[in-house]
Design a protein. Structure first.
Length: 250
């Protein structure tokens, strides 16, 4: 399971200091994302939030548009799909109510008050949510403008910026630029890749793309991009991880 969406966040959005049991990537396309005291993601920057790492509170900043990826981390705990979340919520509503991010039990056995997500996780998986020990002290903020473009071998008019690979999850970030009238091939590799069109237009395997289009490539699948206007892509590599503990129910 994973979530890959464009989020339109208002400046009055608030989130307390918290952490996740999964990995998260945020690409700020417009505005500024506050992450806590003296920490933010400005437009054009990318944040990598490893599982278990605290950040926040999130308050203030500007209205912003954010590309958001949430996916299971290196621990193998996995990520609950929207369907699993809704199923767990419906089951819990038979035993209580949700108020301000807390599940308040009115019948049955269990905690009287419990974090809403942790209650749903326990209901869906049959076990309590134990957060992974954080491998980093804070989210990693990447400034792509500070990286140098490098020509891509064998593909005229294309260049890339390798922004990083995080070895605990093997998740990778790369920017690819294709000049107007040129083509670029994303060759087959043994991992899932998610590609987001930051700007430009053209065709991917014969299908039209434009700014804010997205492409998913499954392991060992390749794609050819032909740019009719200068194109910039963010490519996120998401290798599979081994599940931890009991298998996640479907």
């Amino acid at each position: 399971n994973y979530l890959f969406v464009l989020a339109n966040e208002r400046s009055d959005y608030y989130s307390p200091r918290h952490r996740h049991a999964w990995d998260q990537v945020r690409f700020c396309l417009e505005g500024t994302i506050p992450l806590g005291r003296d920490l933010k993601i400005d437009a054009g920057e990318i944040g990598y939030f490893p599982e278990g790492v605290h950040y926040g509170p999130q308050e203030g900043g500007t209205d912003r548009i954010v590309l958001l990826l949430q996916v299971g981390g290196a621990s193998g705990l996995g990520y609950l799909s929207p369907g699993q979340l809704e199923s767990g919520r419906e089951r819990l509503l038979r035993e209580g109510v949700f108020e301000d991010g807390v599940f308040k039990r009115t019948s049955g056995e269990g905690k009287k008050n419990e974090d809403a997500y942790e209650a749903i996780w326990r209901t869906v998986t049959g076990r309590p949510l134990t957060y992974p020990k954080p491998r980093y002290k804070a989210p990693v903020i990447v400034r792509p403008d500070a990286f140098e473009w490098r020509e891509m071998e064998g593909m005229l008019g294309t260049r890339s910026k390798w922004l990083g690979e995080y070895p605990d999850r093997d998740l990778s970030l790369e920017l690819i630029e294709v000049a107007s009238g040129c083509a670029c091939t994303a060759e087959a590799v043994p991992m899932r890749r998610l590609l987001f069109v930051r700007r430009g237009e053209g065709y991917c395997n014969g299908q039209p793309y434009r700014a804010q289009s997205a492409v998913r490539l499954e392991p060992d699948e390749e794609a050819s991009f032909t740019a009719s206007a200068a194109t910039e892509l963010l490519a996120i590599g998401v290798p599979p991880v081994r599940p931890s503990g009991q298998p996640m129910p479907v």
